[in-house]
Write a protein that binds this ligand. Structure first.
Ligand code: TTP
Ligand code: MG
Length: 406
């Protein structure tokens, strides 16, 4: 197996530097203005990282470290647009692209060598194409498992390329500092240290039984496999909780139903995009709401028939949202997901066509294909624009303005 993991460099900040040449070569900090008291840094350019600024740091702290930095609110729509452009380029290299966040994806490159040549030179070409077509740089990790590819892409950021040759997996892991082992967070790291384990070699020398007795069977098994460079359960099809979701934290809390609906539509589109791309279907839609004070609630519903279109997810998500939402309360994060995934194209899915959704679904698929070839933003925008117009019409007729005019 050959996997690429692709991760954009300082993604939001790089998009700002791309769109505003005057920011290039300067410390750019995205997340909020110094006077926004409670904002946190989403990300910052590598120039700002030199001052110790990093993601999730309060903007106020970033300002004290880097007072001459360029502080910006984010432009999520634009980042999504660039994200899609990048994913389109990746889709030219393999039919099997699994996007896992706004700025990263796995590409299954197994068996493409005959077509493209050795993995490393293909990765170089991929980097060049992303640069040419989107103006942005990426870092690529190449390895025999997704897990290792993910770690490898972080090895020589920015604009990096790191290859873990087949057969060298264990060696690679054993040279990795423990805190760079993906999946070991601060808590696990502290507990490992308490048990006298400081390096990946220390983990390697412990038996799975011992690791399991110390950390529980799932963490134990994870550690045992991770340091051997074996595929962990993280991205395995079998262990996948079989759900696909998209969520978004907002720079400003949303209170306006129109803004909320627009976000729900975008999230629904992302979920459908991934369902189609990965060949899944589902009957269960899930909505997550995080309020301004971080309380988080969720609601889900299973309907008798499968999701067929983005509108389908959107309509269901909207219903769920308004059933759960405490009207008027500021929404900090929204998530939409499809749960209990089933492989698409099972005989059951033919029922879709009985509900007259076949055409819609074919359109979605066509849109998906167009998106893969062209910047899809145009289509998304057209739909969101149409929504805006519909809403405007509704508003006018609700207010009776039409009649008043006549
Ligand atoms: P990352 O890939 O973690 O960070 P990055 O692309 O900015 O920098 P690099 O990969 O070169 O280290 O996250 C991708 C984007 O996600 C990032 O540009 C902004 C957003 N993000 C947040 O909004 N909050 C966060 O805490 C993190 C980590 C990322
Ligand atoms: Mg990144």
């Amino acid at each position: 197996m050959v996997f690429f993991h692709v991760d954009m460099d300082a993604f939001y900040a790089s998009v700002e530097q791309l769109d505003f040449p005057e920011y290039r070569g300067k410390p750019v900090i995205v997340g909020g203005l110094p006077e926004d008291r409670r904002s946190v840094v989403s990300t910052c350019s590598y120039e700002a990282r030199a001052f110790g600024v990093h993601s999730a740091m309060p903007v106020v702290k970033a300002y004290s470290l880097c007072p001459h930095g360029i502080f910006l609110h984010g432009r999520m729509g634009r980042y999504r647009e660039k994200s899609r452009e990048i994913m389109n380029v990746l889709c030219d290299f393999s039919p099997d692209v699994q996007q896992i966040s706004i700025d990263e994806a796995f590409i299954d490159m197994t068996g493409t060598e005959r077509l493209f040549g050795p993995a490393e030179s293909t990765a170089r070409r991929l980097k060049q194409q992303v640069k040419n077509k989107t103006g942005l740089t990426i870092s690529v990790g190449i390895a025999s498992t997704k897990y290792l590819a993910k770690i490898a892409s972080g090895m020589s950021k920015p604009d990096g390329l790191h290859y873990v040759p087949s057969g060298k997996e264990t060696e690679f892991m054993q040279e990795l500092p423990l805190h760079k082992v993906w999946g070991i967070g601060e808590k696990t790291l502290a507990r490992l240290n308490e048990s006298g384990i400081y390096t990946t070699k220390d983990v390697f020398s412990r038996s799975e039984a011992l690791l399991s007795s110390l950390f529980g069977s799932s963490t134990g098994a994870f550690l045992y496999r991770a340091v051997r460079g074996l595929e962990t359960e993280t991205f395995n099809e079998t262990a996948k909780s079989r759900s696909i979701s998209s969520e978004e934290t907002f720079l400003f809390d949303l209170e306006d139903p129109y803004a909320i609906d627009t976000e729900l539509l975008q999230l629904s589109e992302e979920v459908l995009f991934r369902l189609l791309a990965e060949g899944w279907t589902s009957k269960t839609v899930h909505v997550k709401i995080r309020y301004e004070d971080f309380t988080t609630v969720s609601i889900q519903e299973t309907l008798p028939r499968h999701i067929a279109t983005a509108e389908d997810i959107y309509e269901r998500a909207k219903q769920l949202f308004y059933r759960k939402w405490q009207t008027g309360r500021g929404v900090r994060l929204l998530g939409v997901g499809a749960l209990n995934l089933e492989p698409a194209l099972t005989p059951r899915q033919t029922e879709l066509f009985d509900f007259g959704d076949g055409k819609k679904q074919r359109i979605e698929k066509a849109v998906l294909n167009i998106r893969r070839k062209n910047p899809e933003s145009v289509i998304t925008k057209a739909r969101l624009l149409q929504k805006a117009q519909e809403r405007e019409k509704r508003r006018i007729s609700e207010n009776g303005t039409d009649k008043d005019r006549n």
